[in-house]
Design a protein around this ligand. Sequence first.
Ligand code: SAM
Ligand code: SF4
Length: 343
Amino acid sequence: MSEVRATDGVLADRFGRVATDLRVSLTDRCNLRCTYCMPAEGLAWLPREELLSDAEIVRLVRIAVERLGVTDVRFTGGEPLIRPGVVDIIGACAEMRPRPRMSVTTNGIGLERMAGALKTAGLDRVNVSLDTLDPERFKTLTRRDRHAAVIAGLEAAAAAGLVPVKVNSVLMRGVNDDEAPELVRFALAHGYELRFIEQMPLDAQHSWDRSKMVTADEILASLRASYTLLPDPVERGGAPAETWVVDGYTATDGGPARVGVIGSVTRPFCGDCDRTRLTADGQIRNCLFATDESDLRGALRGGATDEEIARRWQAAMWAKRAGHGIDNPTFLQPARPMSAIGG
Ligand code: SAM
Ligand code: SF4
């Protein structure tokens, strides 16, 4: 394959990676306060005038899709479903050609009410975050008593055809790390695809401690005590999750049931990363762990053409580092927390 250049109409970097998966943060605000993400009192939210309007988001997604080779768009946050324009933004993106595949990462609150409208607007899939099956634990973990709403949201997503419904779980030592097999049982029973995510140093409180993190190896050991995990014959590609077939179980589509582990810290997949990120205030981040950003909002509001914006975006991605370097002694946690970057 010939070398990809920054000017080739794609989002390439110096290491030969091409970003085709765009993560758009629709808001930095949230209706939960997960302990690994935000402090109880919340954060200093972005001022309204700094947030991209719905039309500005749609324009930037269009540039990414029509000029820069983006094929997949994931809406996230903060909590994306609390943005009033979410359904309209998805509807406008569904009109783009080539039509991007679209998904939402949500805590599931509000999904019961919105799943049908999201599907009608053109959403393909959802990822719902759920770390525990115990409503009391959920209350401790998220500081809100909303477990039932998340369960109802999951069911509504499946009923609306936002499939496969994926569930994201973060395990924390002494909090919910005993629940891995139960979470798998729940997901298998409902036809959801479960992925465990290693906890990352992206919390606003900077309280992440590697020695306390539940590692991918530990998660797998805990699962293997209850299930036989077979290597997944399907190629991983740029997907962050390593997946296994759960022997003896069938997915709702009749194929084998799977479980995944996203070992962002201990099994980094930076070499295959295909992500580019747009924050709710119009900054491009070439990595979740980048310490700098490229401002597209200023260009947009200063009258830049689509071509100029596309060039800026390409320049931002060209500068992407080879890896996140969490294991490097000089690693610096990014100033913005996950909720403001868009997880
Ligand atoms: N509010 C939505 C949600 O919770 O799904 C979307 C945004 S949230 C930041 C996206 C994902 O990041 C969730 O699955 C959440 O569990 C995960 N997350 C948040 N903080 C994390 C951390 N420090 N380490 C690993 N995952 C984290
Ligand atoms: Fe909100 Fe998602 Fe962060 Fe939890 S993980 S506080 S739901 S943004």
